[in-house]
Each structure stands twice: as C-alpha cells, then as structure tokens.
Design a binder for this molecule. Structure first.
Ligand code: FUB
Length: 348
C-alpha cells in the first residue's frame, strides 16, 4: 500500500553505481529471495521487510516481517510484478511474530508456501520458538491458506524445499543464533539455551538439517538429519571456523549428478557451497561463491532459466539499514570442474 511504497524514501540509499546489480523492485523492501520457475514464469518468494523501531540485536528482533508478497517476471531482466499480500501473519493461528524467509513448491496442481515464524511459547527472552509453517493455494501468487499448526517436528528457520529428479522432495532448514538451532542440539528444545551457538569452537559445528517430505508436502517422512559439511581434511567443519561453518540460509540445487548445498556463514557474511552425491550429504566444502554484500545478512537462491544459472540475493542498497533489504539477481557461472566462479557484489 501507500505506506510501504513510501518506505524507502524515508532512508538514504547508497550510491547505486557501486553495485554489481540493481534491486528487483523499489516499491517494497525484499530479502531472502527464493526463486522458482512455474509454468515458464519466474516467481520470487522473498521476506517482506518492514520498518521497525526495534534496534538491531544478535537475535534478529529487528526483522519484524508480518506478511509475504510474491514477485513475478516473465524473464530475468524484464519488468517485475509485485503481488498483493499472499499470506498475513494474522491468518496463521499458531504464529506470534516474525514471518521470515519463505520458500515455495508446486505439486499436482497445488502451490505450497513454507515460512518460519515464532510460535506463542515464551523463552528466557520472552520470545516464541521458531517453527516452520505451510500454506496452500491454486495460484503461485496466492492468496495462501495456512495449516492451523506448524509442520509437526519442525523447528528453527530458513527452510528451502528441493524436489529431486526422482520426484522425492526434501526440506533443508535451520539457522543458529536467532534461528535457535543450537537450542535443539540435544533433540528437544531448550528455551533457556544459548542465543548464539554451542560455544565449542574445536568441536564439529552445528549442522543444518535435511528431511524428506511426505507426498502431502505438509509433513516430514522421517526425523530430520544433519546435513554435514566436511572440510578439506575430510572431517566435519569445526564450530570455530566461522568462514566455513553453516549459519543459516540453506539452498539446494542439482547440476548434472552433483548436489550443491549452499548456505550463509552469518557473522562472516559469505555465501558458501559444498557438494555431494546424495541429497543427504555429506557435502565437501568447496568455497565462497558470493563475497559479503552491504548489510549484515546474506541469503539467496539459485535457479536455472533460459540456459543460464542465476543467483538471487539481497543487500541494503536502498536503505543502508540491516533490516530493510532489497532482492537482486545476477548470473552465476561454473568452471569446467563444477566449481562456482566467486561473485563480488560490488563493481570492481
Ligand atoms: O530475514 C530474516 C532472517 O535474516 C532470515 O531468516 C535469515 O536468513 C537472515 O536473512
């Protein structure tokens, strides 16, 4: 509406010429863009960032999103349509606040929207536990109708749903610090647990999670497993290795027979990739593919379209504020050995 259309004018943006690519849209703030090709069109399911007085903290309380709006384009580089509200937090019976990074999937005539939000419990900080919800629609732009409860057995944030070439669907999810993954290290939720990580720098880092979905696309077929990332020494990456270890923002894609597990390193602001021969991993660490953007968070998706590979990502060009981000897209290229050419989000 008019209020959000004006939002970016309240803040001073950065010099546009410094950036490799420009925002997909400027009428609303968008982040964590999950892109998909449905029926030949490109749909992006981003977080819809909103202004807030809440100051920045390590829990991410400044990310106060309360609805989802979908972006659509006929081709990359073409005009982008901003959809109406596709799902509002108020329509989700179990959720209290912070509707974060969404994703979507299609199966048998139905579109599925997945999203994390805090439930109505209270932890030591007076905040809910993150859970993952699902909502359905016959239209990729919504409106979506939410299930009354979160996905049973789901927790933490940043789910990404991947359907393999054999038709099996997997959800990758999790995030440490504000995403609470560390509070699930023993299998159940500790509402008094750490606000950051396990604080065991020389032990294996916390892993993101991977779980196969049932055919209903609304439930897990098994207990979530660890998506383990192995370093050059063949051992799981250590908790203290902040340039390599998983923080949040899982995204899986398959190229040839190789599974690319991609993720953010959070406090060191890299997008990394690790590859394997199974959707469950383990995944060998390969490197960074996006250097730090302007802004604290970095969260992306990768798709193939019109014979090329594309990286959707976000920065804070329009606002210069961590919680008011703008999604972007740029081409992603591979070397003959399958490694990804590292992208610098700034003009050299
Ligand atoms: O957008 C809110 C949170 O910040 C996301 O869930 C994380 O990936 C980070 O971008």
């Amino acid at each position: 509406g008019a209020a959000t259309a004006q939002a970016h004018e309240d803040s001073k943006g950065a010099d546009a010429s410094r950036f490799l690519s420009q925002p997909l849209v400027t009428s609303i703030y968008t982040a964590d863009p999950s892109a998909h090709v449905f029926n030949g069109k490109i749909y992006v399911y981003p977080s819809h960032d909103v202004p807030t007085e809440t100051p920045d903290d390590d829990l991410g309380n400044q990310y106060a999103m309360h609805d989802v709006r979908v972006l659509r384009m006929d081709r990359i580089g073409g005009p982008v349509t901003v959809g109406p509200v596709a799902l509002d937090l108020k329509q989700v019976p179990w959720a209290s606040k912070q509707m974060w990074a969404p994703d979507a999937a299609y199966k048998n005539g139905t579109y599925y929207l997945y999203f994390p939000a805090r439930d109505k419990t209270k932890d030591k900080n007076g905040l809910g536990a993150f859970r993952i919800g699902v909502a359905t629609s016959k239209n990729p732009m919504g409106p979506f109708k939410a299930e009354p409860k979160p996905i049973p057995g789901s927790f933490s944030i940043d789910q990404a749903v991947f359907t393999d070439t054999d038709g099996k669907t997997y959800m990758y999810f999790g995030g440490i610090w504000g995403g609470q993954l560390q509070r699930w290290a023993k299998g159940t939720y500790d509402p008094n647990g750490s606000d950051t990580d396990l604080m065991q720098d020389d032990k294996p880092a916390l892993s993101g999670k991977v779980v196969r979905m049932n055919a209903d696309m609304k439930s897990f077929a098994e207990k979530p497993r660890d998506a383990v990332i192995l370093g050059e020494d063949g051992q799981p990456v250590k908790g203290g290795d902040h340039d390599k270890r998983f923080f949040e923002a899982s995204w899986m894609f398959k190229r040839g027979g190789t599974y690319y597990y991609t993720y953010s390193t959070g406090d060191t602001h890299f997008l990394n990739y690790a590859t394997g021969t199974s959707p469950y991993g383990p995944f060998k660490f390969r490197g960074h593919f996006l250097l730090p953007v302007q802004g604290w968070t970095t969260h992306h998706s990768i798709i193939e379209n019109a014979g090329k590979w594309w990286l959707f990502y976000a920065d804070t060009q329009l606002s210069n504020k961590n919680h008011l981000r703008n999604a972007k897209v740029t081409e992603l290229s591979f070397n003959p050995d399958g490694s990804i050419k590292t992208i610098n989000p700034f003009v050299k």
